[in-house]
Design a protein around this ligand. Structure first.
Ligand code: SAM
Length: 237
């Protein structure tokens, strides 16, 4: 990207989605915004560093803002924007604020009367949903199940929701989560989406008890997953 194509950005917080696997899923606007920004803050400076390198973007200034320093990072970002800087925020993968840091930054900027500019882009939840075959008219995104306390009760409750439910899960907890879903809703139509946008992208569709069996039989499960429970009404309505 040459200098003539470069943007002039107003002082603001820019929320910049980055790919969830396939590097070609970054938008032209995201690249131009990252290139023009005074500061790029990210959950993981190594990941954003290699993404920028891949697109030959040399950052003016890189900041690491993650879950455990987001409060202090928000103060710094507000000051930088008040001083006239444009600040991008990107998470490690996908869209900031969605099961990822970013909300504290957004709220701090809003409270300080600063502009927050969202860029559309890669996100696992709705990318998985649109090819799952599950109902897309009414859906609820619930993020990750709790790891320990209240986990079973939480999964039981989501199985009682009648609309389409989208949840995130780590590969090492997938089988246990599917087992609990199959216990409370064995006939629920569902889809597990794995490795979206990557070489081994996979959709496993069926009723909960069969989807659970399909994964329980595997020796190992690699890659990131989205679990989608279909809406609980007749599809012919
Ligand atoms: N902010 C991200 C987004 O916009 O989707 C989500 C970040 S969250 C920490 C990571 C979770 O997102 C993973 O555990 C998985 O559930 C889901 N995820 C991310 N990339 C994925 C992919 N390529 N395929 C399937 N699921 C993915």
């Amino acid at each position: 990207m040459n200098k003539q194509q470069q943007y002039k950005l107003q002082p603001a917080l820019y929320l910049v989605p980055v790919p969830i696997g396939n590097l070609e899923d970054i938008t032209i606007r995201a690249l131009k915004t990252l290139q023009a920004a005074h500061v790029i803050a990210s959950e993981d400076t190594r990941t954003i560093g290699s993404l920028l390198k891949n697109f030959q973007i040399i950052p003016n200034k890189l900041l690491g803002i993650f879950e455990h320093n987001e409060q202090a990072g928000a103060k710094q970002v507000v000051q930088l924007i008040q001083q006239g800087n444009s600040v991008c925020y990107a998470s490690e993968a996908g869209t900031p604020c969605i099961s990822d840091p970013g909300l504290i930054l957004v709220q701090a900027c809003i409270a300080a009367g600063l502009n927050v500019i969202p860029l559309p882009g890669a996100i696992a939840a709705t990318t998985a949903l649109i090819a799952s075959g599950c109902d897309t008219q009414h859906f609820t995104f619930v993020g990750f199940p709790p790891h320990k306390k209240g986990r079973e009760e939480w999964l039981h409750t989501i199985c009682t929701h009648t609309e389409t439910i989208i949840l995130y899960e780590a590969p090492h907890r997938l089988v246990s989560t599917l087992e609990t879903i199959a216990k409370y809703a064995p006939q629920r139509v569902m889809c597990v989406v794995r490795e979206l946008t990557k070489l081994h992208e996979e959709f496993v569709r069926g009723i909960a008890q069969d989807v659970h069996s399909a994964f329980a039989e595997r020796a190992t499960i690699k890659g990131e997953c989205v679990i989608i429970l279909d809406r609980l009404v007749s599809r012919t309505e």
